[in-house]
Design a binder for this molecule. Sequence first.
Ligand code: PMT
Length: 396
Amino acid sequence: MALLDGKHVLLGITGGIAAYKCAELVRGLRRAGAEVRVVMTAAAERFVTPTTLQALSGNPVRSSLWDEAAEAAMSHIELARWADVVLVAPASADALARFAGGQANDLLSTLCLATEAPVHLAPAMNRVMWANAATQANVAALRARGFRIHGPGSGEQACGETGEGRMLEPEQLIDALAGHAGPWQGRHLLITAGPTYEDLDPVRFLGNRSSGKMGFALAEAAMAKGAQVTLVAGPVMLQTPAGVRRIDVRTAVQMHEAVMAELAGIDTFIAAAAVADYRPKTVSAGKIKKSDADASLDLERTPDILAAVSASPLRPKRVVGFAAETEHLDQYAQEKMRNKNLDAIAANVVGMPGSGFESSHNALTVFTRGGRHAIPLATKRQAADALLDILLEQLP
Ligand code: PMT
C-alpha cells in the first residue's frame, strides 16, 4: 500500500521562490497514492504556472474565490470538506500572518478557515524574515491552534544568504504527511536529548558523553508515527529530524526553562537527556589560571527537570524518564520511577561500548506501572520505535 493511498490532499501554494519545488511535490504526492487538488495565491502564479500544476495533479487548479464556473463545479466549502489534509507549501511570511490573523481574503485563506482537516504548513522565506519576532509570534499562535509546522530547513537560500528559512524537500513533506496518519496522530510529544554543559569559565565546562542519538531517534520515530514533536536539545552535532521543532540549549537551567515553557498542550514528555546533576557554584568571568596547588570545585544542584514536569499543574498524560545505570539497573530505575512519580522509565546500562552513551545501538528495560518490558539490543531508532509502541499499549 502506498503511503497516502486514497488520501485527498489539498495543496496550497503561496508566493515564494520555493514554489518551483511544487511540481515535484505534486508528482511525489500522487506517487504516494494521494489525489491532489491545487489552490494557488495570486503571488504563487508569478513563480509557477497553474498549467504545469494542472497537468501534474490531473485536476483543475483554483486560485480565485470569484470563479463562477469553478464554484459551480465544486464550491470552496465543498473543497474544504473534500480535503483529508491541507498542505500549504511554500507558506510565505505573508501567508502565515494572514492565517494567524484568521483572515479569509482569498481562496486559500478561506479554505484554511473553513476546513476541519489538519492543516500543515511548510514555511519558506529569507532567514531574517523567519527570525523576525512578528513571524515567530504568528508561528507560535498557529501552532497553539493545531496547525502543524514542518521546517523550515537551514542552508543556502535563493537570496544568496545562508540560514534557516528553506522549504523542506518534497520527500520530507510527503513523509511528514504520511506520518500524521500514524498511531500517535494528534499527540504532541516533548523530548529532551543530549548532554548539558555547565561552564566553569569561558573555555572549560563540565559535560558528559551523551551524543543525543537516543533522544533524536525518539523524535524521528514519534514523527513517523504521526506525533507532533518538540525536541529540546543540549549541545549535539545531529541534524534535526524532518518536521521536528527543535530548541537548542546549553545548560541544565536553560533546558529546565525551555521545557517548562513548552508544557502547555503536551501529551507525553520523554526525558532522554543526560542532564548535569551539579554545576559550578560560580562561573569565572576570565580563564581560571593554573597554579602549583591542587584545586577543588564547589558544585551546586541543578533543577531536576523530570521531577518538575511530573509535579507541574500542566503535567502531561505520560511522563517518561530514562535511567542510565552502571549497576543494579532494575532496582535503581524503579526507585527513580517512584521518586519522580513517573508513568514509565526506560533503563539502560551505560559505561560499556556498543550501547548506552554515544553508540548508535541500545538495549532498554522499560518499567511501566503494568510491568517490565525488555527491548533487546537494536539500533536506537528501532529501540525508539519499540519504546513508543510499549508506551501507547500500556498507557493508552
Ligand atoms: O545521547 P546518547 O549518546 O544517545 O545516549 C543515550 C543516553 C544514555 C543518554 C540515554 O539513553 C539516557 O539514559 N538518558 C538519561 C541519562 C541520565 O541522565 O539518566 P539519570 O539516571 O541520571 O537521570 C534520570 C532521569 O532524570 C533522566 O530521564 C534524566 O533526563 C532526568 N533528569 C536528570 C537530572 C536532572 N537534573 N534533570 C532531569 O530531568
